[in-house]
Design a binder for this molecule. Structure first.
Ligand code: ADP
Length: 413
């Protein structure tokens, strides 16, 4: 008997057995039955033509029709069904055909089913990847939304806090004037200083919040002008002198190549970054520690390295500290001061530093063996600042154009 004839012989028994065993309930059985009929006809076609690809469209359709729950569970749902269908084919063939015919039929069907298993596995994997991708897209959208609301919240909160703070500062100054006029007691002056330093700190935090939201929203505008790092470090040495003295620490600025080089940069913003690195070095180094500033010139860049002999940072946190609110310290230390040992702040200094340096076209990273309060392995912050002999934007170019350029046309006349 021809294979196609054998297939026709087993058709009706196979259809009723598979649909009874695999589909529960009459309704389901009817629709499954018509799909099975189609499948069987395509198997006949595949055997007849020797091309198992006849089954592909139907198998694709089955794989695409998988439900959300099926996609959630990791296992394949179609392969076990195909497996059962193959077993019932063996069963029915053995019961209805001669041994030789049954063997011939199985011989012809095996390549068709092998192909079907491959197609199903591939389509199901593709479907699962599509599903995971769409879930990932959803998560990414909601994370972006969350980040945007966080950044909006920071900007709004910062601006809202500024108004009452200005009032407190104003009244504190008026009180101070009044105290001077009326020869108020020393105690009064001490209390006023308390208000002043509290509001100064609050203003710094609010300014940091505004900076962070400007960086997040790509609104940070840099004012490029000729800058010498030596001037910046002189100012930092002056401003940090009290803190260094109270902690009995030494800050050494080595005369590195690049220190006296002129480069176009935003003076205030660069000061803010380097001052923050030095403040952190003071904060995270015990009393009596050493802080060094060194560097070198590389093609197109000045590298600045601020190192300390402090507690260090674990490599697993080297990226995290540059993320918003990425402070690693104990919450109990928060805002306990700008120079106090381990006196953590809101964790905005380094993300701002990163934003400012990246807006200059540079990079910032940290190097440290790890965190150890016994051994004090120390930390090194590296800043790669582009070395610019020309202002990068038109506005600064106009502002800093040498006087001779302005005169050039008249001279040539
Ligand atoms: P803050 O100091 O306000 O917490 P920063 O963004 O300046 O925020 O620093 C983030 C975190 O990085 C700090 O909380 C601290 O854990 C760690 N860190 C920064 N600088 C140093 C340093 N020089 N040595 C050790 N840890 C540091």
């Amino acid at each position: 008997m021809l294979i196609t004839e054998s297939l026709n012989t087993i058709r009706s028994t196979w259809l009723s057995r598979v649909s009874h065993r695999l589909a529960r309930g009459q309704g389901l059985r009817d629709s499954f039955g018509s799909q099975l009929g189609l499948f069987f006809d395509l198997v006949v076609q595949a055997v007849d033509t020797g091309d198992p690809a006849w089954l592909d469209p139907l198998l694709n359709e089955w794989a695409v029709a998988r439900t959300f729950t099926e996609l959630e569970v990791r296992e394949s749902s179609l392969a076990p069904i195909l497996h059962q269908m193959l077993i019932y084919t063996f069963e029915v063939a053995r019961e209805t055909l001669s041994e030789a015919e049954a063997l011939d039929l199985m011989d012809a069907l095996l390549p068709v089913y092998t192909h079907a298993f491959g197609v199903v596995a591939q389509r199901e994997t593709e479907r699962r990847i599509e599903h995971i991708q769409s879930e990932l897209d959803k998560v990414r959208d909601s994370l972006e939304h969350l980040d945007k609301s966080k950044s909006d919240f920071i900007a709004i909160a910062a601006h809202e806090l500024k108004t009452p703070l200005t009032l407190i500062e104003g009244y504190a100054s008026m009180l101070e004037e009044w105290a001077v006029k009326t020869n108020g007691s020393d105690q009064f002056g001490l209390l006023l200083e308390g208000i002043h330093s509290g509001s100064r700190r609050l203003r710094e935090i609010i300014d940091d919040m505004i900076d962070v939201s400007m960086i997040d929203n790509h609104l940070l505008a840099l004012n490029f002008q000729p800058v010498w790092l030596s001037h910046i470090f002189e100012a930092i040495q002056r401003d940090a002198a009290d803190g260094l003295q109270s902690r009995n620490q030494t800050l050494t600025v080595h005369p590195f190549p690049g220190l006296h080089e002129m480069t176009y940069a935003d003076l205030e913003r660069l000061y803010q970054v380097l001052r923050n690195l030095v403040s952190n070095a003071i904060k995270y180094t015990p009393d009596g520690g050493q802080i060094d500033v060194d560097g070198r010139i590389l093609p197109g860049f000045i590298e600045i390295v601020v190192s300390d002999s402090g507690i260090g940072i674990d490599p697993e946190n080297h990226e995290r500290i540059f993320a918003k609110f990425g402070g690693l310290g104990n919450a109990a230390y928060h805002s306990s001061g700008k120079i106090k040992f381990k006196g953590g702040g809101p964790g905005l200094g380094l993300p701002i530093a990163k934003g400012i340096i990246e807006n200059h076209g540079g990079t910032i990273w940290v190097e440290s063996e790890g965190y150890d309060e016994e051994r004090m392995p120390g930390t090194k912050f590296h800043v790669m600042l582009p070395l610019r002999k020309e202002p990068p934007d038109d506005k600064s170019a106009k502002l800093f154009r040498p006087a001779s350029d302005e005169l050039a046309p008249e001279v040539s006349q």
